[in-house]
Design a binder for this molecule. Sequence first.
Ligand code: BJW
Length: 255
Amino acid sequence: MQNQIQAAARRLAECRKLVVLTGAGVSKESGIPTFREAQEGLWAQYDPMEMATQEGYLRNPPLVWRWYEYRFGMVEAAQPNPGHRAIADLEQILPQVTVVTQNIDGLHQVAGSTDVVELHGSIRRFKCLSERHTGFTRADFADQAEIPPHCPRCGDLLRPEVVWFGENLPMDALSRAFDLAETCDAMLVVGTSGAVQPAASLPFLARRAGAVVIDVNTERDEIACVSHIFLQGPGGEVLPALVAVLRVASRGDLG
Ligand code: BJW
C-alpha cells in the first residue's frame, strides 16, 4: 500500500489542476451513512423510490420531510473527519483544487475546502415544488408548525433542495463538473460506488481526456476499473497518508 501511495503522490505532485470527486464514503467516518452498502446503507432500510423521488414525496410528504429532518440532525451533529481535512489541505500544496461532491452535507466546506461544486444540492437549503422560489433556509419557515412547511412566497409545498432520481442536476454545477473532468490533469475519486449517473461518468471522461485517475475506497467498486491507481482503505486513513507523502513529493524529495 505504501508503494501505491507513493506512486499516487508522485502523479499528484505534477498536477496543476486537480478535481476531487467525492461520494457518501468520504463522510462515513463522520457518522453519516452511505446509500448502497449492504446492511448499513440507507437504501437497505429505506426505499429510494419513496424517499428520493418527487413522486414518492407527493405520495407521503410528512414521511419524506421527517426523513430529511432525521438526516439533517445527523449532518448538524457531524464534524469533518481527517479525510475531509486532508482534501482541504491539498489546496496548500497544489495550484488548483476543486471538489466536486455528490454529498449534500456541506462537510467539505466546513473542513475548509474553498471551491466546492455540489452536484446533488444541499440538505441545508429548500425550494418550493414548482422551483420558482429557491435558496430558503430553516430560518425562513421557522414560524410554521405544519409538516411539511409551505413556501413563504407562493404557498406551495417546500422540499429540500437536493436532486432526486429522475431530476436534472443543477445546470451550473453539472456543466462546471464536465468542464473540469475534461480539462483536469488528475482526478482523485473518494468514497463513491459509481452507481449513479451522471456523476459516475466523470472519472471516465477525465481518463479519456488524459487525466490520471486515483480511486480511494474501502471496496473495489465501479470506479476502480477506470482508475490508474486504486488505494484501498477508509478515506480518513488513506487521504492523510497520501497528503503527507505528497507534501514531500511536491518538494521533489521522493526520488
Ligand atoms: C468508503 C468508505 C470510507 C464506504 N472511505 N470509501 C444512465 C444510465 C442508467 C440510469 C441513468 C442514467 N442517467 C440517469 C439515470 C437515472 C439515475 C441513475 O443514475 N440511476 C442509477 C441508480 C441506475 N440518475 C438520475 O436520476 C439523476 N438525474 C439525471 O440523470 O437526470 C437526467 C435524467 C432524468 C430522467 C431520466 C434520465 C436522465 C439524478 C440522481 C440523483 C441521485 N440522488 C441521490 C439522493 C440525493 C439526496 C439525498 O441524499 O437524499 O444522491 S441517490 C444517492 O446516490 C445520493 C448520492 O449522492 C448518490 C451516489 O451515491 P454514492 O455517494 O456513490 O454512495 P454509495 O452508497 O453508492 O457508495 C458509497 C461508497 O463509499 C461505496 O463504494 C463504499 O465502498 C465506499 N466507502 N466507507 C472510502 N470510509
